[in-house]
Design a protein around this ligand. Structure first.
Ligand SMILES: Cc1ncc(COP(=O)(O)O)c(C=O)c1O
Length: 428
């Protein structure tokens, strides 16, 4: 069955016609929207009577016409197909008579879900067999501590390249568990650069070199990766905000970690990909929940995992595989990035992106207006046009458009049409 949503046919590029685009543009065929538990009941209005109030709630429908284009940095937009698929399976997952939320994490149904999620992720990133994939909790922030606790000892030196606020947070947290050194910081340039790797002064004997592959707040992205200088040293990367947005050679890294809530699922799931020879070096005080080996030995089921979140990640991975894998995903992201950065560059300075061109993120696009007093108006007017969450991070101000995998090209085209229209009305 193919469901074609309202704007699939829209192809005009003139600013005004773009502004009329509805925020959906998907051909839904891989995931038929069927509901097999009490679907008749689900269509009715549900009344929940509490002691003092009555909640009236409309049951969900498959209609996506009321959705907005959500440019949030995370939790962020999810693929429409995935949401509809999850909706169709909400009450009764594939004939089990249960929602995934109701399943035992040790039952055969959930085991099949987590195993399929892992296998699709391995397929997408071509993860070598000597790497473990862990589905954990606690967000990427927990990994800021878990990494030193697991792969170095309290007296070990480790190197951090600090290209933005997230790298800086990781660096500061590590100081509680080992001796981190910031070997490069972009702070004095307001985090708009990536260093040239040749000039880095890495510390002899450092146990790992940490980078944040994409700085979500500042919009700075590594396009290539540095090599650690020491024998047995590994490269560690926070890929929270560009995970699965492009192919990555996993074998260059000892450890990759990412919170799910930007590109691959809801918040609550953190994915760690770790080379197996790094196990067994945990500091003696490492809490059980932060011990990678324990989670690996138990296939991420040492305790109750974030089951529903893992299921959602699995649906996203399946969708990315169906799209043709990360090579195709990267092409689409490059196209979206070009549309948006071209619009900024071509605005005669009305819009400005502070980041050095060669390292501009394809995921998070920060920009300012030459007249900063117009920024609040920009955000307000965009929201009226169903483009939301465009306000820049509180620490940097301006505007930030996050255009993760799930943002359709039509969403970026609509934003650019709005930007041109806004400029025409406010320039001069
Ligand atoms: C690059 C990066 N690292 C780490 C984090 C922290 O993730 P969490 O909130 O899941 O702990 C974020 C959150 O936005 C992020 O963007």
């Amino acid at each position: 069955m193919a469901i074609t949503t309202a704007s699939a046919a829209a192809s005009s590029t003139t600013p005004l016609s773009q502004l009329k685009l509805k925020p959906t543009s998907t051909q839904i065929s891989a995931f038929p929207a069927t509901v097999s538990r009490p679907s008749a009941r689900a269509q009715k209005t549900i009344s929940i009577h509490c002691s003092s109030t009555t909640l009236q709630t409309a049951a969900p429908t498959a209609s996506a016409t009321d959705r907005v284009f959500n440019f949030a940095a995370g939790p962020a937009i999810l693929p429409e197909k995935v949401l509809l698929k999850a909706q169709s399976e909400l009450y009764n997952w594939r004939g089990s008579g249960m929602s995934v939320m109701e399943m035992s994490h040790r039952g055969k149904e959930f085991l099949s879900i987590i195993q399929k999620a892992e296998s699709d992720l391995r397929n997408l990133l071509n993860i070598p067999s000597n790497y473990h994939v862990l589905f954990l909790q606690g967000g990427a922030t927990t990994q800021f501590a878990a990494i030193p606790l697991n792969i170095c000892q309290p007296d070990d030196v480790v190197d951090y390249i600090v290209t933005g606020s997230w790298g800086d947070k990781a660096f500061k947290e590590a100081a509680k568990y080992c001796k981190p050194k910031s070997i490069w910081s972009g702070k004095s340039d307001k985090y708009t650069k990536i260093p040239s790797f040749e000039t880095l002064e890495q510390t002899p004997g450092a146990k790992y070199l940490h980078i944040c592959a994409n700085e979500t707040i500042h919009g700075v992205e590594f396009k290539d990766y540095p090599s650690p200088a020491n024998e047995n040293e590994v490269l560690v990367a926070d890929m929270s905000s560009n995970f699965c947005s492009k192919p990555v050679d996993v074998s260059k890294f000892g450890l990759i970690y990412a919170g799910a809530q930007k590109n691959v699922g809801p918040s609550g799931v953190t994915i760690v990909i770790i080379r197996s020879d790094l196990f067994g070096n945990a500091q003696s005080t490492t809490p059980v929940m932060l011990d990678y080996k324990i989670h690996a030995d138990n296939a991420s089921l040492y305790n109750t995992p974030p089951c529903y979140g893992i299921y959602m990640c699995g649906l996203v991975f399946e969708d990315l595989v169906a799209q043709g894998g990360l090579i195709e995903v990267e092409k689409k992201n490059a196209k979206k990035g070009k549309i948006l950065y071209d619009a900024i560059n071509g605005s005669n300075g009305f819009y400005k992106c502070p980041v050095v061109e060669s390292v501009r993120s394809l995921m998070n696009v920060p920009f300012t207006l030459a007249k900063p007093e117009l920024e609040a108006e920009f955000v307000k007017e965009a929201a009226k046009e169903k483009m939301v969450q465009l306000k820049g991070h509180r620490s940097v101000g301006g505007i930030r458009a996050s255009i993760y995998n799930a943002m359709p090209v039509a969403g970026v085209e609509k934003l650019v049409a709005f930007m041109k229209d806004f400029q025409a009305r406010h320039d001069g």
